[in-house]
Design a protein around this ligand. Sequence first.
Ligand code: ADP
Ligand code: ADP
Length: 237
Amino acid sequence: MIEFKDVSLVYPNGHKGLKNINLNIQEGEFVVIVGMSGAGKSTLIRSINRMVTPTSGELIIGGENILKFKEPQLRKLRTRIGMIFQSYNIVKRMSVLRNVLAGRLGHIGTVRSIFGLFPQSDMRLAMDNLKRVGIDEKAYVRASNLSGGQQQRVSIARALTQQPSIILADEPVASLDPPTSHKVMKDLRRVSREDGLTTIVNLHFIDMAMEYADRIIGLRDGELVFDGPISEVDEQT
Ligand code: ADP
Ligand code: ADP
C-alpha cells in the first residue's frame, strides 16, 4: 500500500530530515511512529502527501511513485489522504458541520466549491461522521465554542468525510490532556478500523503508542531504528 524505498530527504539548508528509509505499510494497518522531537516523524508523514518532497529514493503508493507526481496527480493523491494535525486546523468561525464538509471540497466541482454548495449526500455523510465521533449534537455550533478534544474530533470527522484510503495524524493528541488524549486515540483507532483505513500516527510518548499501535516504527535523527509489533518493543529497551 505504502512503500518507502531508500527514501532520503535533505532540507535546503543541508539538514538530513530522512536517511535511507525502507518501509512497507500494508492496507488497513494502524502504525504509530515514535521518536524524540526532531527525529523526523513529521518529515516522514508529510512525505506521504507530498507536503515535503524527499530528495532521493522512491515512495510507492497504490503502485505509483508519488515522488514523480506533478500538480494534478498531487491534488488527486491528497483527496485520498485525510490529515489530522496537532493544532486541529479547523476554521474556528465556521460551524462544525461546515468544517466537516470541507472534507468534500476535493470531490465537488470548482463552482460548487466556491459557493459551498454541497450535495445532500455529502451533508448526510458529514452528519454520520460527526455521529461516529460523538459530536453530532454540535453540528450547528461555531467551532470556536468547542473544547480541544471536540475540535480534534471535528478534524477526524472531516478526514473521514473525505472518504480517504489513508489517514495521517501528526501528533494528534499533543495539545490534549491525558484522559482526552486516550479518548481521541480510541476514537481514531475505532473509526479507522471500521473503514479499513491505513493509518499512520506520530506520537512522542511510547506508552501511548504501545496502547494503540498494531506496529511501531522508531525514528532517531532521520533514521529508522525500530520497526515491529508492540510485542517486540520490550526486548529492545
Ligand atoms: P515540530 O517539532 O512540532 O514538527 P518544529 O518546531 O520542528 O515543529 O517545526 C515547525 C515548522 O518549522 C515546520 O514546518 C518545520 O518544517 C519548520 N522547521 C523546523 N526546523 C527547521 C529548520 N531548522 N529550518 C527551517 N525550518 C524548520
Ligand atoms: P519531528 O516531527 O520528529 O519532531 P521533524 O520531521 O519535524 O521531526 O524534523 C526533523 C528534523 O528536520 C529536525 O531537526 C528539524 O529541525 C529539521 N527540519 C524540519 N523542517 C525543516 C526545514 N524546513 N528546514 C530545515 N530543517 C528542517
